[in-house]
Design a protein around this ligand. Structure first.
Ligand code: ZN
Length: 306
């Protein structure tokens, strides 16, 4: 059955790129509502922005959505991953600025709060997107693919010249709380050289050594080091789950990302929806439900976050 959050939950923080303070409130919503953002600071005109693949304004550094009136919300990927990973299909997210708070740079604070409030089952079945045909997108920097699989599975490869990251591969079957146990606490990461370039362009102004893993060559500059030896690839998988959640329904298929990022995962969803015969909407039965990320998640799945 579809689910929503049991009670309203509030987050106060700053935007990673803007550095500005922001307050965000997630509220329950009815079956079939989906996930919508509402910009509470927009007094006139349409303040509602759908968390959907076709509302994405492609951006290399984060996922940004925009409505027809030009109202935007950016850096939505971590809260979207938290909702998908907890099996929340319907919610209203009110926010008083253009960027979701970065908090600790992972999805753990969102997951912790959502599981703390509890999940309410609704009386309408979940529809899932079953991948029937492989779709691939490719750019100069990498590729991404969705192919048929019975269980939602994710494989990811990254390679960076910085020895502190290097080459990392991971494959996970994301069912029954795996996202919460394995991925949700992995933080965003970047290279010191990129921080300098982003700051020069007025970006990453809210970034700190606490809410991002910063590396320089073979050194991890963030105090306390990494939460997992392969935290960067885990974070890329977290991002991909958040970006795939914009499909509007859970996916039964195998996602592979090879040096993929936000834009590429969004291009992949465009390819999926625009390729005849690539997908089928199926009503999720008990056996399929066990193959989706959120079913069976319990607060005890939360890792002990540093
Ligand atoms: Zn991220």
């Amino acid at each position: 059955m579809q689910a929503t959050i049991k009670n309203t939950v509030r987050f106060d923080g700053v935007g990673l790129h803007s550095g500005r303070p922001v307050r965000m409130v997630i509220s329950p919503a009815s079956a079939g509502y989906g996930i919508w953002f509402k910009r509470t600071d927009i007094r006139f005109g349409d303040a509602m922005v759908p968390a959907r693949w076709d509302a994405v304004d492609r951006s290399p550094l984060c996922t940004r959505i925009r409505n027809a009136a030009g109202v935007e919300v950016s850096t939505i990927e971590h809260v979207m991953a938290a909702l998908a990973g907890c099996g929340i299909h319907n919610a209203l997210i009110e926010i008083d600025g253009p960027e979701v708070p970065i908090l600790d740079g992972s999805a753990a604070p969102f997951v912790d709060a959502i599981l703390g409030r509890g999940i309410r089952r609704l009386d309408t079945p979940v529809m899932a997107i079953k991948v029937d045909k492989t779709v691939t997108v490719e750019t100069d920097s990498g590729w991404a693919r969705l192919s048929p699989a019975d269980t939602f599975t994710m494989s990811f490869h990254i390679d960076f010249t910085d020895a502190a990251i290097g080459s990392q591969d991971k494959r996970l079957v994301l069912s029954n709380g795996t996202f919460v146990r394995e991925l949700c606490d992995s933080r965003t990461f970047c290279r010191q050289a990129d921080v300098d370039a982003m700051r020069a362009n007025g970006l990453a102004l809210g970034g700190t050594l606490e809410n991002a893993v910063v590396v320089d060559g073979d050194k991890v500059l963030s105090p306390g080091g990494l939460r997992h030896s392969d935290e960067p690839v885990r974070h890329k998988m977290l991002d991909a789950l958040g970006d795939l959640a914009l499909a509007g329904a859970p996916i039964l298929g195998h996602y592979t990302g090879h040096r993929a990022g936000h834009s590429m995962t969004n291009m992949l969803l465009h390819a999926l929806f625009n390729t005849p015969g690539a997908l089928r909407l199926v009503e999720v039965d008990g056996a399929d439900a066990a193959r989706l990320p959120g079913v069976g998640v319990v607060p005890q799945d939360m890792p002990a976050v540093a």
